[in-house]
Design a protein around this ligand. Sequence first.
Ligand code: IVH
Length: 707
Amino acid sequence: MQQILVSDLTEQQAADELAQLAADMQAYDIAYYENDAPLISDADYDALRQRNMAIEAQFPHLKRADSPSDKVGSKPSQAFGKVEHKVAMLSLGNAFSADDVVDFVARIRKFLSLDDSQALAMTAEPKIDGLSASLRYENGVFVQGATRGDGQVGEDITANLKQVPDIPQHLSGAVPEVLEIRGEVYMDHQDFAALNARQETNGGKVFANPRNAAAGSLRQIDASVTASRPLRFFAYAWGDMSAMPATTQSAMIACFAQWGFQTNPAFVQANSAEQLIEHWHTIEHQRARLGYDIDGMVYKVDRLDYQQRLGFVSRAPRWAIAHKFPAEQATTILRAIDIQVGRTGALTPVAKLQPVTVGGVVVSNATLHNSDEIARKDIRVGDRVTIQRAGDVIPQIVSVSLEDRAPNAPAYEFPTHCPECGSVAQREHREDGTQDIVTRCSGGLICPAQARERLKHFVSRRAFDIDGLGQKQIDDYWAMELIRSPQDIFTLKQRYSDNPPDIWRYGSGSKDKIGTLKGSAVKLFAAIDAARTIDLDRFIFALGIRHIGETSARLLARHFGSIEGLQSQMATILQGDMLARAEIEAIDGVGNIMVEALIEFFAEAHNRETIEALLRAGVTPQALAEVAQDTAIAGKTIVFTGTLEKMTRAEAKARAEAMGAKVAGSVSAKTDILVAGPGAGSKLKKAEELGLDVLSEDQWIEMATIS
Ligand code: IVH
């Protein structure tokens, strides 16, 4: 057939031809990548690709979600874009024993106030050891795929996921308009072994385990590499949904299967902790024969309305848990004990081992935790030791073999001085006179290791997250004295604008380029500029204050709304104002230890100066958006007291927080609402004295369900 010139195509003809090209090229791709049996020549395939691109260039609005130009060989200009998850991708809490499982089920029953006569259906399925991915479908067409990332923002790996045969491009049957399927991308044992053999022959990278192989294959800039790797996908959860097709976990999974996804065949329903544990044993026996890696079982509450009520704590759902399989062990020789110095000065002993394979991974380091641990197990250099690894956890030494020990092997002596700066290293004394388990370098910022580690924390992914400024660059720039404190990062460009160091300039290549800034340096400065705008919680977390993790940083950010708010509160506290201190302690989730750590941090002039210098350098922390702004209690502080009869305290608290309220433990002038059940005492009295709104449980429930 004579081809019409692209410029002569009508819109209808263009749309039809694009549809035809998408279908044809998909068939050619399958023949080429999956069946190793190409149907057309490379040249003909390229001609089709050209034609497709030309039509898309002429009619950009007709470009299809399944366009061949987004597939194989097309290299996205930016490695991976960012995708904000509309519904956060969470992690799971762990259970390590049958008791933990019994407790988990009991906790749920209590939270939901179920009595013994009321059933609680659960589900159990293997925990696949791969990488989670979220797949977005609009009107049944796969439009976007993302990694989990930090749970809120992932990487756009659509082009790569399109190469995974288990991931349908189009869903069959009636599906919700918007649908996000979540599950695990993994590689099975056979495919993994074959891939590694191939890699070895071709001189490519040999992967340590199937999970790494899956990860390496998925995060490929060139999606055609992904296409050549045998990846698979199991669907087990969902994100954004325009409509829910079912009311239970198991019915949802059945829908996934109907729509064309692979779901795990070992999925079962269970009605008690005992049944869950029984299934766990069954699968553990089959584990080695499954053909792919699993590291435990995941249990979930079946009813979705229960899941909704149970909600989340921090980053894990209350309605699900991972019941891990026991770790894998091996024996080897302990060659040396190294001491690492962390950002708070903690000296951490690390075992240097003769490399050994444990569960398919080569292990040469193990954590020794602290000096007590070494003494308790009487671990000595030269010992034959049994090490164990469980999932992603750093391997540990579980025991030493005394029979194999040389008679004159000396006991290990923990250093009394910091190996990095020579300052005295001591164990702190707690308030009750006992010794802290951690030995700490007393050198503070004169200790290069501490200063460097603080910088690494400052630029880490959950803190400032600056592209091109990772752990390695911090080490390098530290050594070159380019960066010695956080504020130096933001003055870097200005300080070196006249005379940039050689590492940022072309040293060879075309003559007119020599001496000019390299692209990577230009990118680094742009990334630093972009990082000046940062969420307040990340900013607080980045400061690396002891005991202030992401969750507490977020609580402080929400409470104070600005860095100046936190600074002035701390200044007041440092002047000895106990009321100001009490205000921070009253923030739900912020305890005495954290307040002590904040005081310790803000008492140091150089820490206060660091914050000031960052602000001077143009860093502008942004207040967090309210969780939920359109509810009756958003932004208010609620206190619950007395017995609640229809909703447990935990559920009431979770519900209030989900509606954007703060829940406090005691009544003060800052309290807005007191919910008082029967038996309320002093808190009710105080609330009445202060003239606060006091609600009965029924009034609270009405408020909680309307909003
Ligand atoms: S459910 C809200 N089910 O485990 C709960 N997760 O440790 C979402 N995983 O990030 C997770 N197999 O990557 C669930 N059958 C399974 C799973 C599973 C593996 C992974 C997933 C998640 C991680 C949490």
